[in-house]
Design a protein around this ligand. Sequence first.
Ligand code: SF4
Ligand code: SF4
Length: 251
Amino acid sequence: MGAYNQFILLSIRADTYFYLAQNRFFYCFISLLAAVVLFKETEVDLTVMNYYQLLEEDIRFQDGLAACLNCGVCTAICPAAEFCDYDPRKLMIMVQSRNPDELETLLKSDYIWNCGQCMSCKTRCPRGNTPGMVIQALRKVSQETGLFVHSEKGRQQLRIKRAVGHNILQYGFCVHPDILEPEQHPEQGPVWEWVYENREEVYKRLHANIYEEGAGALRKIDAESMQELRDIFRETGGEQLLQMIEYYASE
Ligand code: SF4
Ligand code: SF4
């Protein structure tokens, strides 16, 4: 059973125990019934063919893969193909095959994390496909299903989520000088440490508006804008995706 489905079932089981403890047997029965129905649906979800259906639901996939003729033009322009174990043409073949085993292997692999998202492929494809956008959809499905934990680069998503994801919701910036602690970045050497310790003065000399309200780089993001950011994450499913990454990676 997929880990996220286990997560749902565990939630229902928690409800069941809650109702049992309160002698609310009718609600307990309903909760158990819901668990059985969900379990049955989970069995259907486990047919790997659903991975393709999940992909098809993503607008980036719909837009990124119309009909690939496997000409290889995208591979010729792709910088990732030059330096990594990655080939957008092969990727498109694998996805188009709809082969359940191949799709699952892909979703579990480092392969989908090698694309650099430069979108050069978009400019060249004679069929108007964008392998880079197909990659975006694959990454999302890999995260939603928990398959990303099977690959090294996939597991790095947790680190990125805890860094960039957390920073955006905490500071309103992907990276903020406050979190660039020298002990986390020993490779930067003593100059970095000095900049970190004197960051307020240094950034002000560079005309940043650090910690201050109003306009300017590194300004303090006001409470209303921060709330808006959190609302966007919640409404678009970003918040849920971050929770899923945390949940699967902690298993
Ligand atoms: S995605 Fe486009 S450029 Fe790449 S192999 Fe397919 S048709 Fe050719
Ligand atoms: S977006 Fe990805 S697949 Fe497309 S050219 Fe860039 S690295 Fe290659």
